[in-house]
Write a protein that binds this ligand. Sequence first.
Ligand code: HEC
Length: 218
Amino acid sequence: MNHNSRLICIGTFVFMTMLVTEGVIAYSGGAPDSFTGAPGQGNCQTCHTNGSGDGALHIMLPASYLLSQTLTVTVELEDPGQWQWGFELTALDASGVKAGSFTITDPTHTQLSTNPPSFPDYVKQTSAGTYNGTADGPVTWEFLWNAPEDPAGPVTFYAAANASQNIGSPSGFNYVAQTTIAPRVAEVPAMSSAGLALLTALMIAVGILFVNYKVQPK
Ligand code: HEC
């Protein structure tokens, strides 16, 4: 290695270290894509090697969705003894293709990584979204999911999460969770008995008017 390339090498290393320590590309501000524990993906444990924890990760969602409906998704994580938190979530149809889309409503704590149609999108925590210092949890992250417009099948939400102690290296305990929700057909609201009575009265009134009109002498 000649002098110049050694300098470039050292320079690159220093620059990368600065980026990480300055938080520019810190993992605490969101894990890389494709670590939700969905089929074929890794999860946080791929790098955070402490194993699974004694807390809990929940994905909270209604049990079903209407086409084009917007649902609130809440991810909840708790782990006794930990105080820094992170997650990543995606929504896939039965064949593993991205289902619907996400809308961020709390940009302080959550961010969205969108990809071309053939790749999933991911919601993750931001640096502030690690709720650093919140001992034991539970912490929650909330955002919206917009159901597909086309006839669609069941959608599975996959999430992976990590609970740690702000050590600055990939430590902490790991969680995965998944929830499947099914599409449902919009119900036609049944008419109440009061509504039915009103309709009947209206029809009788119209009938009387009509008969009266007919029998008017010319
Ligand atoms: C490709 C490796 C890799 C994967 C996968 C990964 N992390 Fe990390 N993570 C790191 C490294 C390296 C650090 C330490 C440097 C830093 O804080 O940026 C870290 C730190 C963190 C921190 C800050 C905690 C601390 O003690 O510094 C959080 C929060 C975090 N990761 C969340 C996650 C979550 C949630 C996932 C899974 C969805 C995940 N990470 C997956 C490499 C990874």
